[in-house]
Design a protein around this ligand. Structure first.
Ligand code: LER
Ligand code: MN
Length: 268
């Protein structure tokens, strides 16, 4: 397993322990001892093609995953938007993240980009629009040799794909080799009857993990049992990243210190 930390540009998306310009935050992650990062970047091509890879290499960092939620937060487009044109823009943006993931040998997270299914129409219509958009992105993902990591997100943030079993259902319907699952301990704590049973059920599909305590603070600050959770990840032979996507609480510096300490104690 790989200990990883989310690094991102300034945005209203909260659970990013290290926020700011990547030219400053990537050296910060390296100095804190990290080798793996997940990137939350506004525009996949803020940096010219290849430049971001150079910046990562210079800092001895590997980007194991790219978030793709910005087009939803910044441009108000998503896979479930009622406007066909807005759905097409969302697909185009995700395709750009996929191109960047190809350059970085990374994967792309499908989380917030699915949007909030509009309340005034049947949820089934939104679900079909989501499936159709995701399927188009999967065509691109196959061409680029990149995996997409579908993330169930708790009901208070999104109204589509809240549970691990709903995520597995999408994987089953689309049946595509490039579609995998991301499990987030914070969301699972809210939605799953048993975090352990859900991880076990999804074990063949998990390609990435978001790790945070029950209150989305660093591990050890809430009431999740990380002894049991870590034992289980080892038992199922999970070899991917545990990516700390959590609030910079009580402050960014202290959060980064606690995350690094947690991974060190785990021998990661
Ligand atoms: C949102 O809470 C979250 O967990 C993100 O990873 C969604 O992309
Ligand atoms: Mn997450």
């Amino acid at each position: 397993m790989k200990g990883c930390i989310v690094v991102g540009e300034q945005t209203r998306f909260g659970p990013i322990p290290i926020k700011g310009e990547l030219t400053k935050t990537l050296p910060q992650a390296r100095e804190a001892g990290f080798k793996y990062v997940e990137l939350n970047i506004k525009n996949p091509f803020t940096f010219k093609k290849g430049e971001l890879k150079k910046l990562l290499d210079k800092n001895n960092l590997k980007a194991v995953a790219l978030a793709s939620g910005y087009p939803y937060f910044m441009e108000n487009v998503s896979f479930t938007d009622e406007r066909g044109e807005a759905r097409n823009i969302a697909i185009k943006r995700v395709s750009e993240y996929i191109e960047l993931a190809n350059i970085l040998e990374s994967q792309v997270i499908i989380g917030s980009i699915r949007g909030e299914a509009p309340k005034n129409i049947e949820i089934e219509t939104s679900y079909q629009r989501f499936l159709e958009a995701l399927d188009k992105c999967l065509d691109k993902a196959r061409q680029e040799g990149v995996n997409l990591a579908l993330e169930p997100v708790n009901r208070y943030e999104m109204n589509l794909i809240n549970t691990v079993s709903q995520g597995l259902e999408v994987i089953n319907i689309l049946n595509h080799p490039n579609l995998k699952l991301l499990v987030d301990t914070f969301h699972m704590n809210i939605e799953e009857p048993s975090i352990y049973a859900s991880i076990r059920a999804a074990k063949d599909y998990i390609t990435h993990v978001h790790i945070a305590d029950s209150n989305r603070w660093p591990m050890g600050c809430g009431h999740l049992d990380f002894v049991k959770i870590m034992e289980l990840f080892r038992e199922i032979n999970y070899t991917g990243a545990l990516s700390a996507e959590l609030l910079p609480m009580p402050n960014s510096q202290e959060a980064v210190r606690m995350i690094a300490e947690f991974f060190n104690n785990q021998g990661l």
